[in-house]
Design a protein around this ligand. Structure first.
Ligand code: FPP
Length: 239
């Protein structure tokens, strides 16, 4: 197994599907919320490690549009964890020069979470180290539909002709406007699925799947994923 090499290319943007919190808890006879709580510690480890090795963007799939179907108590626990994270960690984000951004249908979140998010986004807006992008109430199909609707309206309003639509313009209409596409997509807990996450943006991402549950995915595991990425040959459809 190759070791992470600071001299080799570091992915500019890492996106993570943080899966397996529930199974991690079940294996320990703990309630699911304890798995999410342990998962929040892995979020912190990922943030520290990405900052340390010079990753520019870290996008975390924290809550999908489909996650609203989970039992109310679990949704409440996840929203509580998010609020706790924002309250406790904003000073750490400031200390480490990390900027927070969000993608997804944030308007569906409870008002208190929206306020807390906005506060941290504003506080950290001037930081120019790592950008942490949290995907909340996020679904890629919904995002693509939203972008398409905006562009259709722009066409109706005469601002753009159908033949003028480019991949760049389309990218700029997504929630991720202005961000580079992910270079590395990590999914924990051994599932081989993309689950409605950044479907447009991961077109050329390298995919890394590990059996580790998210709460067990710490610094060493992240560096192993980066080492694996550094061993790949990216051809973007060329030879
Ligand atoms: C997937 O595990 C994980 C989630 C749906 C939630 C992820 C949330 C956190 C790690 C905590 C808070 C995040 C931030 C940014 C502070 P699962 O419940 O689907 O696990 P399972 O497949 O084993 O049931």
């Amino acid at each position: 197994m190759a070791a992470y090499d600071p001299e080799k290319e570091i992915p500019r943007h890492i996106a993570i599907i943080m899966d397996g919190n529930g199974r991690w808890a079940k294996a320990r006879d703990l309630p699911r919320r304890e798995g999410h709580r342990a998962g929040a510690d892995s979020v912190e480890a990922a943030l520290e490690t990405c900052g340390e090795i010079g990753v520019e963007y870290l996008t975390l799939y924290a809550f999908s549009s489909e996650n609203w179907k989970r039992p109310e108590a679990e949704v409440t626990a996840l929203m509580g964890l998010l609020a706790h994270f924002l309250k406790e960690k904003t000073p750490t984000l400031m200390k480490n020069n990390i900027r927070l951004q969000v993608i997804g249908q944030v308007e569906r979140l409870p008002a208190s979470n929206r306020r807390a998010l906005q506060k941290t986004i504003t506080t950290t807006a001037g930081n120019d180290g790592l950008t942490l992008v949290v995907a909340l109430s996020y679904g890629s199909r919904e995002e693509i539909l939203g972008a398409t609707r905006k562009l259709m309206q722009a066409a109706i309003d005469g601002e753009i002709k159908p033949e003028e639509l480019t991949a760049e313009r389309f990218s700029d209409s997504l929630d991720t406007a202005g961000m580079p596409d992910p270079d590395l997509l990590i999914r924990t807990s051994g599932e081989y699925r993309v689950s409605n996450f950044l479907l447009w943006q991961i077109s050329y991402a390298e995919i890394y799947i590990t059996k580790d549950y998210w709460p067990d995915f710490g610094r060493d595991q992240l560096l192993e994923a980066v080492a694996d990425y550094q061993g790949r040959q990216r051809r973007f459809g060329g030879i």
